[in-house]
Write a protein that binds this ligand. Structure first.
Ligand code: FES
Length: 163
């Protein structure tokens, strides 16, 4: 009788242990499982590993490299922020930062932040654009880090060429 009880106890303990292992393997993340098996993995277990790209980097706009020249008539009242010198706009429909430099010059930049590619949160202080995600600033010069496009501004018509 005692012997049977011991056998039953050992069987129950082993079965319970096996279920705990299965449960552990099902619920633990892969790096932890591999590490317990002696396989070193440097990945961390977090939800961040699922974030491959910031949502703000994706855009319905076509790639800027393949776009036809963009022509905007500022005289029609579109983009009123560009009517005065120093005015600017994050023109998200076209993935562009536009800034009025002078009476006859408007600069156009790709609004993709060089840091992590975000496009949607920009500030402008009169000479630098600042991405609000990590506060990096970029010059409004075409020799800076922001990708600059060729523009022509005549008779209130702005033409941007994506070369
Ligand atoms: S994504 Fe723009 S500063 Fe980091």
């Amino acid at each position: 009788m005692t012997f049977s009880f011991i056998r039953f106890y050992l069987y129950f303990k082993k079965k319970n242990s096996m279920e705990n292992r299965r449960s552990f393997l099902k619920t633990a993340c892969k790096p932890v499982v591999l590490a317990t098996l002696g396989i070193p993995i440097l990945n961390a277990c977090s939800t961040e590993e699922m974030l491959t790209e910031s949502p703000s980097t994706s855009s319905a706009a076509p790639s800027l490299e393949s776009k036809e020249p963009l022509v905007i008539d500022l005289g029609s009242g579109s983009l009123p922020d560009l009517t005065k010198i120093g005015g600017w706009i994050n023109y998200t429909q076209e993935d562009l930062l536009l800034v009025r430099i002078s009476e006859d010059e408007i600069r156009a930049f790709d609004n993709r932040c060089p840091h992590q590619g975000n496009r949607d949160k920009w500030d402008y202080d009169g000479s630098n654009f600042t991405c609000q995600y990590h506060s990096n600033s970029y010059s409004n010069s075409c020799s800076g880090s922001l990708r600059c496009f060729t523009t022509k501004f005549e008779d209130n018509i702005l033409t941007i060429t994506f070369d």
